[in-house]
Write a protein that binds this ligand. Structure first.
Ligand SMILES: Nc1ncnc2c1ncn2[C@@H]1O[C@H](COP(=O)(O)OP(=O)(O)OP(=O)(O)O)[C@@H](O)[C@H]1O
Ligand SMILES: [Mg+2]
Length: 259
């Protein structure tokens, strides 16, 4: 059975077509029209795969706008199922998206989770603001981190004040690489504070678009003193999880429901 998982996040929409494994996927920026954004990523994935889905599951912050989905599931559940399908040894998921971050304890499903969705610090938005202040692309932050020799200390947890610190480091002539590494250390310490609130057990899997940034992985490994696993395409883990939950659900003969 071919199932589609559609994750409509706050910044990007992701769709995977899944059978025994991912057949095709698509990622696009969200527009204010969430339903059409979801339709567009689904159509693109179908075009790439050359087949359409028999069952569709929506997740993410915009899931309730996907009227053509058979099932709607929370993203916490989907990230847990998605990460576990890629790394069966996974017992903790750290998902860092555009506007929130979550630490999820996984057993047979979700055991517990903590979430930050009230403040930009500790999210992709924090790094986007800082990349813009440094005039670099977010996709280059990981390479810059590798070249740091003495990361700066960013003392503010607030994004607005941290940006002022970045501006003053630039004015002092500090190397961009060291500012970037300091920012990665700041985001990692924010996530580590969240992680302390649950029992962080290995293996830890990092998901979400920010997991593509190797500097964030480096900083988290240093601060948590633990090895972190990153899937080949971390941004689609929630969509993979949605498809897997849907597959299990549909195979039990159920058709349509909201979680
Ligand atoms: N190649 C890349 N390198 C570094 N960061 C990246 C890269 N691609 C995407 N990102 C970052 O990933 C973030 C978006 O992640 P993601 O798509 O997981 O968010 P989302 O699911 O829409 O948000 P949320 O889960 O908070 O609702 C953005 O902040 C973006 O800057
Ligand atoms: Mg997300």
């Amino acid at each position: 059975m071919i199932v589609a998982g559609i994750d409509v996040g706050s910044l990007t929409a992701k769709c995977v077509l899944f059978e025994e494994k991912v057949i095709a996927y698509s990622i696009a920026k969200v527009t204010p029209d969430l339903e059409n954004t979801a339709k567009a990523v689904y159509s693109d994935a179908v075009k790439k795969a050359g087949v359409s889905a028999e069952y569709i599951v929506a997740t993410g912050y915009g899931r309730n706008k996907v009227s053509f989905a058979n099932l709607k599931v929370t993203e916490i559940t989907c990230h847990a199922f998605g990460a576990k399908s890629i790394f069966p040894s996974c017992r903790t998921v750290i998902d860092i998206g555009g506007q929130d971050s979550k630490v999820i304890a996984v057993e047979n499903g979700v055991k517990n989770f903590v979430m930050n969705d009230k403040c930009a610090a500790g999210t992709g938005r924090f790094l986007e603001v800082m990349a813009s202040a440094l005039n670099v692309d977010v996709s280059k932050l990981g390479e810059l981190d590798e070249k740091a020799d003495k990361p700066v200390n960013i003392s503010s947890t607030c994004t607005v004040f941290a940006e002022s610190e970045v501006v003053s480091y630039i004015a002092q002539g500090e190397k961009v690489e060291n500012i970037v590494a300091g920012l990665h250390n700041a985001i990692a310490s924010r996530i580590a504070a969240m992680a302390k609130r649950i029992d962080l057990k290995p293996d830890v899997v990092l998901t979400g678009g920010v997991a593509k940034n190797k500097g964030v992985k480096r900083a988290l490994e240093e601060i948590l003193q633990i090895k972190i696993l990153v899937p080949e395409e971390p941004q689609i883990v929630g969509a993979i999880g949605a498809a897997i939950v849907g597959k299990n659900y549909a195979s039990r003969g159920r058709k349509s429901e909201r979680f």
